[in-house]
Ligand binder design. Structure first.
Ligand code: FES
Length: 486
């Protein structure tokens, strides 16, 4: 069969087609999971991420010192190989986890490591943040997802080139240089809000300047080490990003709304799992991006019966994906046959107890006052979705005595906030990890930019009573007609 060519750009006709087909910003399948267990798994820890980051960064620094002190010996090249893998390869999963804001409990620590890892990968911090939000909204949706590695038909012959990173690395640097000069391309403009362009330009200028500094130092000293240790590892270490990264989605289905069909979970050995921060549990990560990397194996145990069997090894994953790429290079429509998908009811709309579904008659005599049930029916640190007529709200218990009520849908892309993590008076959206202050509605973390409506509420005689009369809350309609998600 003749391979047909699709336009994978985000500024092309496939973008419109995906939106018209209801594939953009759509709800995704989710497995059932015990709510208490999910909250436990989403809990963040600074200690675990600090230990893993210290091992990783400490390894890079130690290797750099040995390389400098022993230059040039018979083992300099093997050491550079390992240095490059840690610097330009293992940085990928650190970039990823800190970008989600889940690696550390501390926001500042996540941001610091995110910027360091972005630099190591020549990934523009702001552009890739927004690109990755889109990747989670529209995973492997053609015309929407900027992170599709193998457009169909894939070229198997160019795989060595992909692994070597000698084309893609410089291409990424060139794009960063153009953005640093203020020339934002159409694909980037599709998913980065205009309000973020200034930040993008400034960050890219700093990154380009640091790389230029390393090149200049090499020229001044007339020695290769500065640029071999800062700058070039982003190219010669990039093979590890590809080695792990293509196991995630390559050869699986496009344009579906079920991560079991377009994402792979692979069992890997402890070394690989350290280098890759457990991202081999990739279906689990896409289903619950609020779960930090160190809890993904436990999450896998909770939901594995709802998922296709994990590939037993990296080798098995490569056998499957290389076979699929080979077939798809001849026939774009070819799909991996017999991937067993367990029949499990879709829990995407029932993951969280809906809480009180309050009929009109249950409203108190004062207009707009609604009885949302007993205080003791909701545990501290938990949220409940409350559907009232056509509207949806979220009710939170912040402490023994304090409750909060907000619109139920995230102002970014209409995810149900009651499924998010509630911590220290803040709710984290389950879809892209955006955060809101539950006392003021203020957006605290990208991608959310618009504030959340917060309603007056109080505890009266052990019952929660809210005044929902003062604002125009979001409705569930916005779920079926998603807002445009940059
Ligand atoms: Fe994107 Fe909430 S839907 S952060």
């Amino acid at each position: 069969m003749t391979a047909t060519l699709r336009d994978y750009s985000l500024a092309g006709p496939e973008n419109r087609r995906a939106r018209e087909a209801g594939l953009a910003g759509a709800p995704w399948w989710k497995p059932p999971i015990d709510e208490d267990r999910l909250v436990e798994l989403m809990t963040r820890s600074n200690a675990r991420a600090a230990r893993d980051t210290a091992l990783w960064l400490g390894g890079i620094i130690a290797l750099a010192v040995v390389i400098v002190l022993s230059w040039f010996s018979w083992y300099s090249l093997p050491l550079l190989f390992v240095y490059g893998a840690l610097y330009g390869g293992a940085a990928d999963s650190r970039w990823h986890e800190c970008g989600h804001g889940t690696a550390f409990r501390s926001t500042a620590a996540n941001n610091v490591v995110y910027y360091i890892a972005s630099f190591m990968l020549w990934r523009e911090p702001t552009m890739w943040r927004w690109s990755h939000y889109r990747h989670h909204s529209d995973t492997i949706i053609v015309g929407r997802d900027a992170e599709i590695i193998f457009p169909r038909p894939p070229s198997v012959r160019s795989l060595p080139l992909t692994f070597s990173n000698v084309v893609n690395g410089p291409r990424m640097f060139w794009r960063m240089t153009k953005h640093a000069a203020g020339l934002i391309d159409a694909d980037a403009a599709d998913f980065i809000p205009a309000s973020e362009h200034r930040r993008l330009i400034v960050e890219d200028r700093i990154f380009v300047a640091v790389v230029a500094g390393a090149v200049a130092l090499s020229l001044v000293l007339w020695h290769p080490l500065p640029v071999l240790l800062v700058g070039l590892p982003s190219i010669y270490g990039g093979w590890l990003v590809v080695f792990f990264g293509i196991t995630q989605h390559a050869g699986l289905q496009e344009d579906v709304l079920d991560h079991r069909l377009n994402t792979r979970t692979v069992y890997m050995n402890p070394l690989f799992r350290f280098l890759y921060s457990n991202m081999n549990y990739h279906i689990e990560h896409h289903l619950f991006p609020g779960v930090p990397y160190h809890a993904l194996p436990a999450l896998h145990e909770e939901i594995k019966d709802s998922l296709p069997p994990a590939l037993p090894s990296t080798r098995a994953a490569y056998r499957e994906l290389l076979g699929a790429l080979r077939q798809q290079s001849r026939d774009s429509a070819w799909e991996i046959p017999d991937r067993p998908i367990p029949e499990v009811p879709d829990a995407s709309l029932s993951l969280v107890d809906h809480g009180p579904i309050v009929p009109e008659a249950a409203q108190t005599a004062v207009a707009g006052q609604v009885d949302l049930g007993e205080l003791d029916a909701i545990a501290v640190g938990r949220a409940r979705r409350c559907d009232i007529g056509e509207r949806t709200y979220a009710l939170y218990r912040l402490s023994e005595t304090e409750v909060a009520v907000s619109d139920g849908l995230c102002t970014h892309a209409a995810a149900h906030l009651a499924e998010g993590l509630v911590l220290d008076g803040v709710v984290e959206c389950p879809k892209h990890n955006g955060r809101f202050d539950l006392r003021t509605g203020e957006p605290l973390r990208r991608p959310v930019k618009d504030p959340l409506n917060i309603y007056r509420c109080e505890v009266v005689g052990g019952r929660i009573v809210a005044d929902l009369s003062t604002t125009e809350p979001a409705t569930d309609d916005s779920l079926s007609q998603p807002k445009e998600t940059p």
